[in-house]
Write a protein that binds this ligand. Sequence first.
Ligand code: UD1
Length: 369
Amino acid sequence: MATLVLVAGARPNFMKIAPILRALAARTPPVEATLVHTGQHYDTSMSDVFFQQLGIRSPDIYLGVGSASHAQQTAKILMAFEETLLELDEPAGVVVVGDVNSTMACSLVAVKLGISVAHVEAGLRSRDRRMPEEINRVVTDAVADLLMVSEPDGMRNLKAEGIADNKICYVGNVMIDTLVHQLEQARELHMAAKLGLEAGKLALVTLHRPSNVDGRERLGALVDFLIRVAARVPIVFPVHPRTDNKLREYDLRDRLAAAEGVQLLEPLGYRENLSLMADAQLVISDSGGIQEETTYLQVPCVTLRPNTERPVTVTEGTNTVVGEDLDKAWQTVAAVLSGTNRSGKAIDGWDGRAAERIVDVLVERWHLG
Ligand code: UD1
């Protein structure tokens, strides 16, 4: 039987790939899959730890592309993945997840070789073309054959873009599959206590968007904001390598690290991060996935971005998008700390079974197994 090719490249891909691999293996007979890791993320803390904790088998093929400018990184993935697909014997299709450079590059390679592409987490739109991920989403959805959607807005966006109904399926959120699968083990880690903090009385912070961290002025303002928050509630901040480089370059790291109530950590494993998120009074972040995870956990999230491609987390969930205005962010943080923030509702298909639905669609449409 022709193999299915699954692509993983960067940290937020790994929690989406893990349940899909499990669901493929659980079919009778199992669906054969080749796992390709592009190497967009390569540090132990950004990649290997996720493979270990999430029980993802070692990649069958590792492309080792590493970090570079967008054009260079994308070009390296295009060239290496084309070679990979040509060496495989007529794959049954390629599955890509999320919105990172690996997602877009591998989709382009596959369609140009006449191989079908399924995009998991299709249809999300921030309508902000300054975000590299938005370009990746638009391009991937334009060329993919099967669009697997995680939240209601994604259906509307794809239909509005004129994509044929028979290409679009609502499958729910595969990232929540991993959260459900890992939550108990994560809670058992008691990360808050290990950091000398009380569960329910900490703020978890993550920041890595270029729009927040790549400029001295904005990053400096965010450091001041975090120091202000830390005077009210202890903050735990696992620092992404991009952010760490910039904090050092702009001489901001020492001031933040020395501030009362601030703990800066290396990037955390999936479970360690989930343990802290589940025990947080609030999360302050510019991540995409964390908006969804906090909605599922019913933990308030303050998103330091002007927009979101995941609006259901705002309309139904616990997310507040505060824009660039740090005074508004402060007001939201103060409201959460005084207990006046709202709690969220459950979202359709965010139930721990999205990967099974994804595999059902793949088996039926691509005649696998
Ligand atoms: C990428 C994704 C982003 C995702 C994020 C999660 C794109 C366009 N961006 O952004 O959507 O939210 O991953 O982390 O695909 N670095 C290391 N070690 C690593 C990886 C990166 O030190 O293992 C450093 C390098 O200095 C690198 C920088 O981080 O230049 C940025 O990495 P890159 O993959 O280009 O983008 P991210 O900011 O991680």
